[in-house]
Structures are given as structure tokens and as C-alpha cells.
Write a protein that binds this ligand. Structure first.
Ligand SMILES: NC(=O)c1ccc[n+]([C@@H]2O[C@H](COP(=O)([O-])OP(=O)(O)OC[C@H]3O[C@@H](n4cnc5c(N)ncnc54)[C@H](OP(=O)(O)O)[C@@H]3O)[C@@H](O)[C@H]2O)c1
Length: 260
């Protein structure tokens, strides 16, 4: 199959490209560095011509309305213009509809844009990747003190497993229209204290003392209430946070991304 991966140079998209190629498919990475700009639509028709499926993994933290939301609409428009019924598999975030944070609101609107696009489409929501959980778990740490937002817990997921599941969807049965797939999550939920202790053990630091920060802002309140945790129907899999951590450099770099 010929499968176009938007954001194919990114953390997740790059892994989807590799996974598809390892399965013998023609995976085409599409992003600005290959001449495709979802914020303008430039290069989109050319790359989507002849595609059997599209994985939409492009994102912009600073411009999600242009890239994630309008980008989803442009993919649909381009496919319709080409007379294509290629299956669009788009990645979203567990609980994005429960957290009033602009990036999460944009993810909800990206889902809606795809639903309105009138193309075969599957939205797959995933929890935070392990690298993001580690980044957040290390954020705000001062010496031996580590903050915890209320009772917040995370159930992070292995980015490589998410890439495999997206590849499964892109190469699997094509739906008649729009559908939400089963959410994806890692096998275990952790409190902030547990994440902080695991990060400290990895780096060889003493276990930090966790200071509870009251969740005063609405976004933090939703996090504290478990809004980003998967529901009971979610599919769990991939490496646990501990297994992922064991493969990481010591000390763990404080970075948001998961470079390969
Ligand atoms: N990080 C997490 O914990 C997490 C959890 C659940 C779901 N997700 C979702 O997973 C997806 C991928 O996230 P990621 O962390 O892998 O992202 P990432 O590493 O930041 O990659 C973003 C990609 O988008 C491309 N891009 C940015 N602006 C573009 C534009 N105007 N036109 C075309 N492409 C553009 C970038 O390539 P160029 O710079 O070459 O354009 C890059 O390939 C996102 O939808 C995100 O919401 C992430």
C-alpha cells in the first residue's frame, strides 16, 4: 500500500513511517521539510495522489488550529478533490474533550474537522507518551522537592506501540465513514510521587519529597480529577514506563520529545 504520513519527520510520525516500511509498504513522510505545509495546503494534492491511506500525525503546539485542525480539513478536501476514498487515520489525545486547555480543545476540533470531511476516517486517541510523562514529572523539581498537582495520575504509553497500532489501522479494514477507535494507553497508572521516585531512581538521585500543589486552575483541576486517564474500555499495551525508562540515557535528559 502507498501510505502518506503527515508529520512523518516527527516523533510519532517517524516511527509510523518506519513501522510501515518494515511491513513492506510504501510510506511517504509528508511535512514542511518534504514540501507539504498543512497550514496552507501547499504540496498536499501532489503527495496524496494515489495514496491508499493517510496517517495524520502532524501537529504544532504553537499553531494547532492551522496544522491539526485546518490540516485535517485540508486532507479531507484534497482527497475529495482527487476523487479518493483513502482511509485517514488521525491521532488524538485521551481526555482531550475533558480538559479546557487550548491545545486539547484543538485536538477535539481536529476530530470534528475529520468527521465533517466526509472521508473514511479513524481517530485513535492515546495517552501521554512516556517521554512526556517523564518531562512533566521532572518539571518544577527543585533540589529534593518535586511538585504534584492535586491527585493527578498519568497512564503513559509507549510511543512505538502507538505507532504499531496506527500502522495496523492504516493497513486494516476501511470504515464506511468516520469512527473513533478504541483508546490506547500504557499498562499502568502512576501518581506524581511514583513518577518522581522512578525518575530519581533512574538518575541515581535520592527519592524526592513530593509537595502537593492545590489544583486551583480549571485545567489543573481536571488533571487532578483524572480527566486524562483512560476509561475501562481502553486497549492497554506496549512497554511500561519502567521498561521504557530502563532504555533511556542516565541522567534522563529533560526534553519534551522522544527522538529515536
Ligand atoms: N506527545 C504526546 O505525549 C502525545 C500523546 C498523545 C497523542 N499525541 C499526538 O501525536 C501526534 C504527533 O505528536 P509528536 O509528539 O510526534 O509531534 P512532533 O514530534 O512535534 O512532530 C510534529 C510533526 O508535524 C510536522 N509539522 C509541523 N507543522 C507542520 C505544517 N505546517 N505542515 C506539515 N507538517 C507540519 C513536523 O514536521 P516539519 O517541521 O517538517 O513540518 C513534524 O514532523 C500529535 O497529533 C499529538 O497530538 C501526542
Amino acid at each position: 500500500m502507498r501510505i502518506v504520513v503527515t508529520g512523518g519527520s516527527g516523533d510519532l510520525g517517524g516511527r509510523v513511517v518506519r513501522e510501515l516500511r518494515s511491513r513492506g509498504h510504501e510510506a511517504v513522510a509528508a511535512s514542511r521539510r518534504t514540501g507539504v505545509d498543512l497550514a496552507t495546503g501547499s504540496g498536499l494534492d501532489a503527495v496524496l495522489e494515489g495514496a491508499d491511506a493517510v496517517v495524520h500525525a502532524a501537529t504544532s503546539q504553537s499553531r494547532p488550529r492551522s496544522v491539526d485542525v485546518a490540516g485535517a480539513g485540508r486532507i479531507g478536501e484534497s482527497l475529495r478533490g482527487l476523487g479518493s476514498r483513502a482511509h485517514v487515520v488521525s491521532v488524538s489525545i485521551v481526555g482531550c474533550d475533558r480538559v479546557p486547555w487550548p491545545y486539547y480543545r484543538a485536538k477535539v476540533d481536529a476530530e470534528r474537522a475529520l468527521e465533517a470531511a466526509d472521508v473514511p476516517a479513524t481517530v485513535v486517541r492515546a495517552t501521554q507518551f512516556h517521554s512526556l510523562a517523564a518531562f512533566l514529572g521532572g518539571a518544577g523539581r527543585v533540589g529534593r522537592l518535586s511538585p504534584a498537582i492535586g491527585d493527578m495520575r498519568v497512564q503513559p504509553v509507549d510511543i512505538d506501540w502507538v505507532a504499531q497500532r496506527l500502522a495496523d489501522h492504516a493497513t486494516g479494514a476501511v470504515p464506511g465513514g468516520y469512527r473513533r477507535a478504541t483508546d490506547l494507553a500504557g499498562p499502568t497508572a502512576y501518581t506524581a510521587a511514583e513518577v518522581a521516585a522512578l525518575l530519581a531512581a533512574h538518575d541515581g538521585r535520592p527519592t524526592p519529597r513530593v509537595v502537593r500543589v492545590p489544583p486551583v486552575l480549571p485545567v489543573l483541576k481536571r488533571f487532578s480529577e483524572g480527566a486524562i486517564l483512560p476509561g475501562p474500555d481502553a486497549e492497554t499495551g506496549g512497554r511500561s514506563f519502567e521498561e521504557w525508562l530502563a532504555t533511556q540515557p542516565v541522567p534522563l535528559p529533560r526534553r519534551f520529545h522522544s527522538p529515536t
